[in-house]
Ligand binder design. Sequence first.
Ligand code: TYD
Ligand code: MG
Length: 454
Amino acid sequence: MAKPVTTFVCSACGATHKKWAGRCDACGEWNAITEEAPLSQGPAGKGLGAAKGARVALSDLRTEEAAPPRHSSQMNELDRVLGGGLVPASATLVGGDPGIGKSTLLLQAAASFARAGLKVIYVSGEEATAQVRMRAQRLGLADSAVLLAAETNLRDILTTLEAEAPDLAIIDSVQTMWLDTVDSAPGSVSQVRAAAHELTTFAKRRGTAVMLVGHVTKEGQIAGPRVVEHMVDTVLYFEGERGHQFRILRSVKNRFGPADEIGVFEMTGAGLSEVANPSALFLSDREKPSPGSVVFAGIEGTRPVLVEVQALVAPSSLSQPRRAVVGWDGGRLSMILAVLEARAGITFQGLDVYLNIAGGMRINEPAADLAVAAALLSAREDAALPHDTVVFGELSLSGALRPVSQAENRLKEAMKLGFSTAIAPAGCKISQNSGVTVQSMEDLPSFVGEVFGA
Ligand code: TYD
Ligand code: MG
């Protein structure tokens, strides 16, 4: 048998390499490649056995098997992100930066599921049970029926789970778990993958829903949550800016519901509280019309959310002016600046450009293009847009404005929050009586002409 060769694995994305390198070719991360012992190959020399495993025609499945009932967490924001509740026998990964509030969220969710009658086990590999209890006390959940365990040995955990057969098991975090059959340190890519594999297999076999916590790590010693994303059914990321109290739970993959759905929470002294109307929250700091500030009517998953796009443009003292972005894609900003220059003749040469999405929100929608362009123009011309106006639309490289999806939902949300005018691409499907006056624009030059009189 060939001698097993060690491989080099990127702890950020899980890509394997033949040689060590400073930078991972696959994801571009620096100093993330570590040496790993190979996984055991299994017994050699055996051919394929006779096919095993029952087959069943799709049409023979009973309804409850085909669409299992979901467990509601009694937390609307969490249920929405899960696609309508927790699916039994599913595996969910909850990733996020250390300290963002994952343990808090899951402890609150655990207590909430327990209150709804589920048997819940919360396994902490990072804190002692007394510490978890202290946290529960702070959250006002000390008398909850959740079972606690402080353990990192996965074999012991699986034995407990087999014996208890809970409806939900929470593992906080998967990076602290270790299997004695895997020959590398806890937190390494092989350990994290093996632990996630054991736990997801357990979930499928015993019908227990499993939620795994995964820290996003900056240094290469500990594997990031991305290395197990492909093994689980649902991947949620808990995001937020430090210094902001808002936290956004976002589904980036969901086998049982729409991806890109968000739930909004606020971190308070007594844990996370749900934010039912995020638009009001994200816009709450807006006072009077100010240059560079534009309200974008966005859609996150199935929900319309209004957010403020802020731009600042100032003369630069640098030979290469600054382009700084928070909450949006830097490449997309460069594109908008290029389109403004090429199609509308408005240059940002010699100017520093700063773009910020207010409230610690992150936007991925191309529909924000026009709002970004409007904020940049408004900042450059020092002219504020009317206070009661929302903007949305995708910008193509030709300078044409492309219609975006769910225009009516965006308008409805705008009306609900007291906006009376919307600037939108011509060609959006909009019924007459949306309650908001729509100014339809064909392309960027006509938008610039009409709004900024240039
Ligand atoms: P935690 O859930 O421990 O984060 P994670 O598990 O993602 O590492 O949250 C830690 C932060 O949350 C910490 O900085 C304190 C803050 N926090 C509150 O503000 N209020 C609370 O009620 C709790 C429990 C934590
Ligand atoms: Mg934690």
